[in-house]
Write a protein that binds this ligand. Structure first.
Ligand code: KIV
Ligand code: ZN
Length: 514
C-alpha cells in the first residue's frame, strides 16, 4: 500500500524564536536552515518578515541560501504584512506566505475587537491578495481548537475558494485533547465541500504536554502537514517536537498511514545546533535527543540490550544521528579540509580574511584540544563570524584567582568602543568575580536571568559552552561563549549578551494584533 506523504513544516526559526530569550541572528538562522534543508524538511518557516528589519533580513537570507525546502514567512492579514513577506521571499526557489487571523470567540471579541463577519472578510481578502503575489498560500485559523465549529467551516470554505492551498488548525494555547482534536480535523475535512482542494495541517502547542499526541491524532484523522520545531522549542511550553513526530511515524509505520522524507540521522546534530545557538539546553531525559534517550542504567536492561538490542530499544541511536559527531579534524588538518567541513555544516565564509581568522582560531583550539568535533567547530564559528550588528564590547583577556580559604578575584580586560579597559573585582566564585569586574566597566543595569555551562563534547579537555540570559527593561537576550577555560567562556557569553542588548532589535509579536 502506498502511503500519503506527511509534510514536515518546521517553525523553529519563527515560533521557536518566540520562546523568551531564544532570538537568533540572521547568520544563525541560515545555519539552522541549512541543517533543516540537509535533513530534508519540506517547509521551513524562516520568520515573520514584518516583525523587524532583522526578521525580514533573516527570511530573505534563508530564501537565498536554501534550495531544497520551501521557505515560508508568516504574515498577519494586512496588505503591508503580506507585501513584506512576499518581498523577503523573492529569492526563494519555492516560497510560501502563511497568513493567519484568530477565529475563536474570545480572540475575536477581546483581542481583535472584530465581528466574525469582518474576520471572514479580512481572511478572504488576505488570501486573495497573497495569491496575487505567490502561488503557495497557507491560511491559519489561530486558536482553532477553541473556535466554533460552524464558523471554522464557513471561513475555511471561503479561504480555500480564495486560493489557500494549506489550511492550518492551530491549537494555539495547547488546550486540545488528542481524541477531540483529531475528531475536529476529521469532521472539518468531511464536511467542508471544497476540503479536497487543500492540505489540512496542524500546529500544536505543548501547554498540557499533549502537542505531539494531538498532532499524531490529527494525522490519524487526515491531517497531512504537521508544524513542529526542533527540541520542541516555541512559545511558552513550546511546539510539537519535530524529532518526536518523525520518529513516531517511522517507528510505528505499522499504524501511521503516512511517510516522511526526512533524513533522521541529521536530527541529533540539528538538535545540538539549535540548543547551542538559542541557549536552551535539552533535558537529559528528552525523547530522541536527550543525553539519556538511549542510555540504559539498570543491570537488567543492559543485560537485555547486550543479548538482543530490541529487548529494550525501539529505535537505533545511530538512526537519529547519535555518534554523528565523529572526530572531524585535528592539529594537522589543513585549510582545505577545514573549509570543506565548515561548508558541510552550512557555514560559508565569504572572504579570505574571515577564513584566515577562523583557521587561526581553529589551530589555537587544536593546540589545546586534540580532537575537534563538529560541535567544537559550530561553537568556534559563533565566535568568529562577522557580527551582523555593531559590537561595543570585546573580550581581550582575564586572570582569575581562586584559592581555598580566600575570596576569588578576577581581573578582566576588554575593549569598549575600541578603547582598552581593565577592572578587577572579588566575587563568590571566579565567574561571579569576573562578571562583577565587567559590570564595573559597563554598568549595564541588566539582570542575570540564567547562567549555564555545558561541556560541548566529552572529556575534561572539552570546550565549555556557556549561556547567559540577561534582561533589561523587558528585553531578554541570550549570549553564548565557548572556550576550554570556562571563566573565559563565561565572560565571552556575558559580553555577547551585553552586545545583543545594546544592539536592541525589538520584534513585533505575531499573536498580537491582526
Ligand atoms: O500558535 C499559533 O496559533 C501560531 C499561528 C500564528 C500559526 O503560531
Ligand atoms: Zn504557534
Amino acid at each position: 500500500m502506498t502511503k500519503d506523504r506527511l509534510i514536515i513544516f518546521d517553525t523553529t526559526l519563527r515560533d521557536g524564536e518566540q520562546s523568551p530569550g531564544a532570538s537568533m541572528t540572521r547568520d544563525e538562522k541560515v545555519r539552522i536552515a541549512k541543517m533543516l534543508e540537509k535533513m530534508g524538511v519540506d517547509v521551513i518557516e524562516a520568520g515573520f518578515a514584518i516583525a523587524s528589519v532583522g526578521d525580514f533580513e533573516s527570511v530573505k537570507a534563508v530564501a537565498e541560501a536554501v534550495r531544497g525546502s520551501t521557505i515560508c514567512s508568516l504574515a498577519r492579514t494586512g496588505s503591508e504584512d503580506i507585501d513584506r513577506a512576499a518581498e523577503a521571499l523573492r529569492p526563494a526557489e519555492s516560497g510560501r506566505i502563511h497568513t493567519f487571523i484568530a477565529t475563536s470567540p474570545i480572540h475575536m471579541e477581546y483581542k481583535l475587537r472584530m465581528t466574525p463577519d469582518n474576520v471572514v472578510e479580512r481572511a478572504v481578502a488576505a488570501v486573495k491578495y497573497a495569491r496575487n503575489l505567490i502561488g503557495d498560500v497557507e491560511f491559519s485559523c489561530e486558536d482553532a481548537s477553541r473556535s466554533e465549529y460552524d464558523f471554522l467551516c464557513r471561513i475555511i470554505e471561503q479561504v480555500i475558494d480564495a486560493g489557500a492551498r494549506t489550511i492550518n488548525l492551530p491549537d494555539t494555547v495547547g488546550y486540545g485533547e488528542p481524541g477531540e482534536y483529531g475528531a475536529m480535523v476529521a469532521r472539518l475535512m468531511n464536511t467542508i465541500p471544497n476540503a479536497d482542494k487543500a492540505i489540512f495541517s496542524v500546529h500544536c502547542h505543548n501547554d498540557l504536554g499533549l502537542a505531539v499526541a494531538n498532532s499524531l491524532s490529527a494525522v490519524m484523522h487526515g491531517a497531512r502537514q504537521v508544524e513542529c520545531t526542533i527540541n520542541g522549542l516555541g512559545e511558552r511550553a513550546g511546539n510539537a517536537s519535530l524529532e518526536e513526530l518523525v520518529m513516531a511515524v517511522r517507528t510505528r509505520a505499522d499504524i501511521f498511514p503516512v511517510q516522511v522524507s526526512v533524513d533522521a540521522t541529521q536530527i541529533v546534530p540539528t538538535s545540538r545546533l539549535v540548543s547551542s545557538i538559542t541557549g536552551f539546553p535539552v533535558q537529559p531525559n528528552k525523547a530522541i535527543v536527550g543525553a539519556n534517550a538511549f542510555a540504559h542504567e539498570s543491570g537488567i536492561h543492559q543485560d537485555g540490550v547486550l543479548k538482543h538490542r530490541e529487548t529494550y530499544e525501539i529505535m537505533r541511536a545511530q538512526d537519529v544521528g547519535w555518534n554523528a559527531n565523529k572526530l572531524v579534524l585535528g592539529k594537522h588538518s589543513g585549510r582545505a579540509a577545514f573549509k570543506a567541513r565548515l561548508e558541510e555544516l552550512g557555514i560559508t565564509l565569504d572572504n579570505q580574511a574571515a577564513l584566515n581568522l577562523a583557521f587561526t582560531r581553529f589551530k589555537e583550539l587544536a593546540d589545546k584540544k586534540h580532537e575537534i568535533f563538529d560541535e567544537d567547530l559550530q561553537a568556534l564559528m559563533s565566535d568568529v563570524q562577522p557580527a551582523e550588528y555593531e559590537k561595543r564590547y570585546h573580550f581581550v583577556g582575564l586572570e582569575a584567582v581562586s584559592r581555598t580559604g580566600s575570596k576569588p578575584r578576577a581581573d578582566v580586560q576588554l575593549t569598549i568602543d575600541g578603547e582598552a579597559k581593565e577592572a578587577n573585582a572579588e566575587g563568590d566564585g571566579p565567574v561571579d568575580a569576573a562578571f562583577k569586574a565587567v559590570e564595573l566597566l559597563v554598568d549595564s543595569g541588566a539582570k542575570l536571568l540564567l547562567y549555564s555551562v555545558n561541556a560541548i563534547t566529552r572529556g575534561t579537555d572539552s570546550q565549555g559552552e556557556v549561556q547567559v540570559r540577561l534582561e533589561k527593561q523587558g528585553t531578554i537576550v541570550n549570549g553564548n561563549g565557548a572556550d576550554t577555560d570556562i571563566i573565559v567562556a563565561s565572560v565571552k557569553a556575558y559580553l555577547d549578551a551585553l552586545n545583543l542588548l545594546d544592539a536592541g532589535v525589538l520584534k513585533a509579536h505575531p499573536q498580537r494584533g491582526v
